[in-house]
Ligand binder design. Structure first.
Ligand code: COI
Length: 356
């Protein structure tokens, strides 16, 4: 059982959740963080919930040099009666350990991972917003902190959890996203770390994202690292298409992040009698399907983004419009189902919700 040392701020020094109608994403943080340290003699130790302030690390800490870092993205949702729920936290605990193995980092007891998050949110409960579609974003992270610039796996680590009240990642005037299909740079390669949730994957995406923005697109769509043909995922989301009424998404392999929203959406689609196909999907067949009218919907899924409708694909300087940029019925249905479970409006047949 995890023993936590609580060093909490006095009430009068704690902040408040302000401007709940315009939270944005990832710039506001709660008063406290969870910290826990690892070394080879003690294992994971010194769990604490403390004021959210700077931590003291040497400039020689391994994470700054070789990016030995992993993280998770989760959310806590408040229902209409004020009760707070996590969504499938065990899935995040499992994926965190998969990423840890790939990055040569120590695994965390899954129960401790969930306890750390729940205990922190219990203290920060007032920060869980109650406005529509907003939530408390949870960022569990592990970094290598050994003072060592030799290229070996570190021997000391810090696990921390930081909380941020947020709006959906894409909260724009438009109801759909414009996506830039990257046909030169690649996000990942077979045998690489594309399926691990590690910061380096996201740092490597910044240049393409900048190009996407210069083309008035909000996201990059990545193609495979070998032929730049097969669709993988977008900058912050897995991707889905509706073709001839079937739901298509790229089959997971070691180049694609195994999204928990992706997995949930596939289940919800099956429950709604929609045929799901996980396979290799080429950009050419999707463009052809958009042009001949068989591809009628496209959307992305992710914790930060939820289910976000995609209205256009910009590929090799042509803009292909999907379904006149209208949100399609399958996208809407899945959004309704997922959000309904997350916010405790609909039945939860698989016990995905975990009360705080
Ligand atoms: C998430 O959806 O939780 C992510 O980790 C994506 C991040 C870049 C916001």
């Amino acid at each position: 059982m995890l023993t936590i040392d609580y060093r909490l701020l006095p009430e009068e020094k704690r902040g408040t959740l302000q401007n709940t109608s315009n939270l944005g994403f990832g710039t506001k943080f709660t008063d406290h963080v969870f910290l826990m340290y690892f070394n080879e003699t003690e294992g994971w130790h010194d769990a604490q919930i403390v004021e959210n302030s700077s931590i003291n690390l040497s400039v020689s800490a391994a994470v700054f040099h070789y990016a030995q870092e992993i993280y998770e993205g989760m959310k806590a949702y408040r229902d209409r009666n004020g009760q707070v729920f996590l969504f499938r936290p065990w899935e995040n605990a499992k994926r965190f350990n998969e990423s840890a193995k790939r990055l040569c980092m120590p695994e965390l007891n899954e129960e401790d991972f969930v306890i750390a998050i729940r205990e922190l949110i219990k203290i920060e409960e007032k920060w869980v917003p109650c406005t529509e579609n907003s939530a408390l974003y949870i960022r569990p992270t592990m970094i290598a902190i050994s003072d060592n610039i030799n290229l070996v796996a570190a021997t000391e680590y810090l696990f921390f959890v930081v909380l941020s009240p947020v709006d959906p990642y894409f909260k724009t005037e438009k109801k759909y996203l414009d996506i830039y299909v990257e046909d030169k740079m690649a996000r990942s390669v077979y045998g690489g770390v594309g399926n691990a949730k590690t910061g380096g994957n996201y740092a490597a995406s910044l240049l393409s994202t900048k190009i996407a923005h210069s083309k008035s697109c909000s996201q990059v769509l990545w193609l495979d690292g070998k032929d730049r043909r097969f669709i993988e995922e977008t900058g912050v989301m897995n991707i889905f298409f509706v073709q001839n009424g079937n739901l298509l998404t790229p089959l997971l392999n070691d180049t694609i992040l195994p999204g928990i929203t992706r997995k949930s959406v596939l289940q919800l689609a099956k429950d709604n009698g929609i045929k799901t196909v996980e396979g290799k999907i080429s950009i050419e067949e999707i463009i052809e399907g958009i042009l001949d009218g068989t591809v009628t919907e496209c959307f992305g899924t992710g914790t930060a983004a939820g289910i976000a409708a995609i209205g256009t694909l910009n590929y090799k300087n042509h803009v292909y419009e999907i379904n006149r940029k209208l949100i399609g019925p399958i996208t809407e249905k899945l959004q309704y189902n997922l959000v309904g479970i997350q916010y405790n409006v609909l039945e939860d047949p698989y016990n995905w919700r975990m009360p705080l």
